[in-house]
Design a protein around this ligand. Sequence first.
Ligand code: NAD
Length: 481
Amino acid sequence: MSQISEEAIRDVVTEVLSRLQSTSGAPAAPAIHTRPGRHGVFDDADTAIAAARGGFEQLRAKGWAARTRIVEIVKQMCVDNAQRWGDIEYNETKIGRHAHKPAKLQGVKNVLGTEYLMPYGMSGDLGITMDEAAPWGVIAAITPLTHSIPTIAGNIVNMVAAGNAIVCNPHPGGAGCAALAIDEINEAIKAELGISNLICTIEKPSLDSFDALCKSPDVDLLCITGGPGVVDAAMKVGKRAVCAGPGNPPVVVDDCSALDFDRVARDIITGGGFDNNLLCIGEKQIFAVGPSYQLTLDALKRQGAVVLNSQQLEAIKKEVFSYKDGVGCRKAILNRKFVGANPHELAAVAGLNIDPKVEMLIAETGEDDVFVQEEQMMPLLPIVRANCFQDALRMAKKSEHGDKHSAMIHTMNVAKMTEMGRLMDTTIFVKNGPCTAGLGMGGEGFISYSIATTTGEGITTPRTFTRFRRCTLVNDLNIIA
Ligand code: NAD
């Protein structure tokens, strides 16, 4: 008698169950299987898309309660597994600050779920109309290396709350931890709700799998979280894309005697130093007006930052940046080894031995310095002297490159806050706090790990991932008559 593998038996059983379900009127489970213990993890894009389509149909059949429950499951899993998943992600990606990884996962509990999808009702002499937020179907989520599991988990909360299934094409450098979390989340969803393959991922993502997702007629919407290359590529596809693109957020410190400069410095270190400056919203360059330049620099030192001299800065620059097509905006090539590196590792490049506990390096530079103009994602912030407030605004605007992402100001002058807010026209604008306050950490509001700057949807919510649908009932049901 020939040997039958455990996997073959599992496939036959699943197929029989699938047929039984379809004859009993329940939604048919898709006849697509991942490897045992790899729920939703596939070798290629087409299989993943087909599986996610099945997941979408199962979710649709289970309704609103299932969406709400899945949101609760994912949030709880992010809290419960914050340390373990954080460790696994750090060990794979090797970027950012290890100790900050759990906090990013715990933040998923503040992502908006089904509660945010309020229908809008109209009632009058002619009947009743409801404007509803309907799902798209299958969403392709392209996720970054910088926050692999948090972005995927945050996307799941938003997208499943809106009734969608997901296929992820994670960054290859974070694909292992993405698959692990997706496997565990799918397993939990299946155990409680019987839905399989609601979240799918490609085990070895590539430009080809990205291309297949973009071209597939069974992918209804793209959600891109990443840098300029992938955003440009997605915008050319011709399919609706929600693009959470790059940024280079400036922070302006006004010449204002009423400011508490130690607090300003602490805010800059808290925001810019978080996860070694990997946050797209993170403070990336400081413009300080007149006397506030020295006051900010002194306060940054008191708050534990280490100020580099010009030789040390140049030594680091030599290792960190290279140039292929000439010098200019977004022409420098980052040595990825130093993205999200610890301050003491960066300092070591310049022969400087500092305490690993240091959260931030500071360098005095001119406005055109590569550290000012590039989104370098390192805990090394340049500080630039501005002659006056207008000068600071001009330099801040230039350094943001029109990404319309994030900007910060420290001032007690409300008119200046308004002036900068209008000029920058960014998606997030924080006054007198760290950048993270703009995502509800130390400020009011909710979080998302995909801030749709390029396409303008802003901090994503479940509503971002819905289609507007109007349902009108004429005359017969007129409840105000
Ligand atoms: P990245 O652009 O290198 O990669 C992001 C994703 O796009 C990955 O999955 C990668 O595999 C894919 N990708 C990259 N180039 C591609 C191309 N030409 N075609 C198809 N796919 C491509 O970025 P990263 O280093 O992973 O993340 C950091 C970048 O993401 C920064 O620019 C940061 O500002 C941005 N980001 C933005 C947000 C936001 O909410 N706006 C959030 C996080 C990160």
